[in-house]
Design a protein around this ligand. Structure first.
Ligand code: PEP
Ligand code: MG
Length: 595
């Protein structure tokens, strides 16, 4: 029987979300539930205690079987080193101290196993936070993973395992960490449907990097689908089609072919000059998260790498820390493939949602406002020294620029420069091949940095605007929260004004200002950004052709006039309407639009 038919096919259902990674994917669902579920406290009678302990032991045994299966499967597909991560989970599941503590709560307080487990998890988290030790922090993270696993067993929720499934897989998840997306994306996963997230969450950025169609913000989708159900992800329209009919399936299969032909056609733009219609030169660069994107960047004519998110090297090597040689080999590959253009490598932006279990030794209540980016770099110099050494060494092989994330004050810039000087002295004393005169720049992605851009510009070599975070922090809108996704507005007048003032401050100081946030991936917004004064944009390689094509059709003078008029508009909707009207009318000036 065809995998797409059954005796009584369930009805087709189409659910809407945000198309965050283009393309169409057809496959079978694996449902992943990761979000915390409510834990209730139930009192037990004396007689209930025995059966409750049995229930807990059964959940532990079941969890052990699942973790063993996952470990074996991971080791077979991804290697023993990654498989070994799950050995740590098995150790926790066999830890007599941990299990006895849960049993004690059940017996002494006469409460249900879920509550006893929840209490134990809280005690463990507190104890580990007090210890302040890196190795133990890692063990703490293992225990929290195991607690989540056990809780799902006790509550009878669907649990994800890397199961054998025939053919391509579509992940349907309530939430997905970026590291999970990388891992799954490299297996036979062809699409993602995620309840959480907006256009700029790191998970959706990863989906774009791996060229996997994705729809995010699909509220409630995990409740509508079961494992192995047929699913279509329409990343173009932002639709998830569950149990498609044969006609709909055939239509989508035809569109997959069409999209492949369109993409091939766009590749022809590679040899066209990156400039506006009046010949103003532009630099269209590539954002790189994973090394497998490099060939595409070269193939699509990227003028260098505008952002390499080095934290993904860390995430890939986790739970081991990358060695200096790991860093060096990768950065050298970056500068050599970017040549003759620069490769801008960003130092680790760990923390926030890009977790740093090995580096952080406490659990943060609000990690996005916590020890993230440059703050973590300065707090853990022993980890970052390795990276800095490798950066100055790799710079000997090409035009490498170093970029620092999440700067919020001048003090951080100065401390970072002192750190670089120390590393340079060390390399010189050792006689290791390296380069000293490396450009050092910063991301402008925190409002405080944007507001003192004139001051910062005196002490750095370049700025790169990180709109993903700048929008999140300026508008107080979590970039990963689907409930406020409509408030995440790149065209908000506050954002446009902030961008404009940073661009002017940078240019007044004579330094390069570029933009590497996802805002530039929309060709319409890219046009507005050129109007605001930017000439260097960095985007996912796959989107370079569309952006180049759009910008080549527009003249800077018109774009400047458009941008200036947008700065006076009161709402994001007004800006969008003006932008769309301008682009659909071609060269009509903003004045004409007013009349
Ligand atoms: C940004 O914030 O715009 C950015 C490019 O950095 P990231 O998306 O990695 O936070
Ligand atoms: Mg950022």
């Amino acid at each position: 029987m065809s995998p797409w038919s059954s005796q009584t096919p369930p009805e087709m259902l189409t659910v809407h979300g945000l198309g965050v990674s283009g393309g169409i994917a057809i496959g079978r669902a694996i449902v992943i539930e990761t979000r915390a579920v409510d834990v209730f406290r139930f009192p037990l009678t004396e007689a209930d205690i025995g059966p409750e302990l049995d229930r807990f032991h059964e959940a532990v045994a079941q969890a052990r079987r699942e973790v063993e299966r996952t470990r074996d499967h991971t080791a077979a597909n991804l290697g023993d080193e990654l498989g070994a991560i799950f050995d740590a989970h098995l150790l926790v599941l066999a830890d007599p101290g941990f299990l006895a503590r849960v049993e004690e709560h059940i017996r002494d307080e006469q409460v249900n196993a879920e509550w006893a487990l929840h209490k134990t998890a809280e005690e463990v988290a507190e104890a580990f936070a007090r210890m302040g030790n890196e190795y133990l922090a890692e063990r703490g993270a293992d225990i929290q993973d195991v607690v989540g696993h056990l809780m799902r067993q006790l509550q009878g929720l669907a649990h994800h395992e890397l199961k054998e499934i025939d053919g391509p897989v579509v992940i349907v998840a309530d939430d997905l960490a970026p590291s999970e997306a990388v891992r799954l994306g490299r297996e036979k996963v062809v699409g993602f449907a995620i309840e959480s997230g907006g256009r700029t969450s790191h998970t959706t950025i990863i989906a774009r990097s791996l060229k996997i169609p994705a729809v995010s913000g699909v509220k409630g989708v995990t409740a509508l689908v079961t494992d192995e159900a047929p699913v279509i992800i329409d990343g173009e329209a932002g639709l998830v089609v569950l149990h498609p009919t044969a006609e709909v399936l055939a239509d989508y299969e035809r569109r997959v072919g069409e999209l492949a032909r369109r993409e091939l056609g766009l590749r022809a733009t590679r040899d066209l000059e990156a400039c506006t219609a009046d010949g103003t030169p532009l630099a269209l660069m590539a954002n790189i998260d994973l090394p497998e994107e490099l060939p595409d960047a070269v193939e699509l004519g990227a003028q260098g790498i505008g952002l390499y998110r080095s934290e993904f090297l860390y995430i890939e090597k986790s739970p081991e820390l990358p060695t200096e040689e790991d860093h060096l080999a990768l950065y050298r590959q970056m500068v050599e493939s970017a040549a003759p253009h620069p490769a801008i490598i960003r130092t680790y932006d760990l923390g926030g949602r890009k977790l740093a279990a090995q580096i952080l030794d406490s659990i943060e209540e609000n990690p996005v406002l916590g020890l993230r980016g440059i703050r973590l770099t300065l707090a853990r110099p022993e980890v970052f020294r390795i990276q800095l050494r490798a950066l100055f060494r790799a710079a000997a092989y090409g035009d490498l620029w170093i970029m620092v994330p999440l700067v919020s004050s001048l003090d951080e810039v100065r401390r970072f420069r002192t750190f670089c000087d120390e590393v340079l002295e060390e390399l010189a004393a050792e006689g290791v091949l390296h380069r000293r005169d490396v450009k050092i720049g910063i991301m402008i992605e925190v409002p405080s940095a944007a507001l003192i851009a004139d001051i910062l510009a005196r002490e750095v070599d370049f700025f790169s605007l990180g709109t993903n975070d700048l929008i999140q922090y300026s508008l107080a809108v979590d970039r990963n929260n689907e409930h406020v996704a409509d408030l995440y507005q790149p065209l908000h007048p506050a954002i446009l004004r902030m961008l404009y003032s940073v661009i002017r401050a940078g240019h007044a100081a004579g330094i390069e200002v570029s933009l590497c946030g996802e805002m530039a991936t929309d060709p319409r917004y890219a046009a507005l950004l050129v109007g605001l004064g930017l000439r260097r944009l960095s985007v996912t390689p796959r989107l370079l052709p569309q952006i180049k094509t759009r910008l080549r059709s527009l003249a800077v003078a018109d774009l400047r006039e458009l941008a200036e008029s947008c700065l006076d508009l009161p709402t994001a909707a007004d800006v969008e309407a003006r932008l769309d009207a301008f682009l659909s009318l071609g060269m009509v000036t903003a004045d004409a639009l007013d009349s």
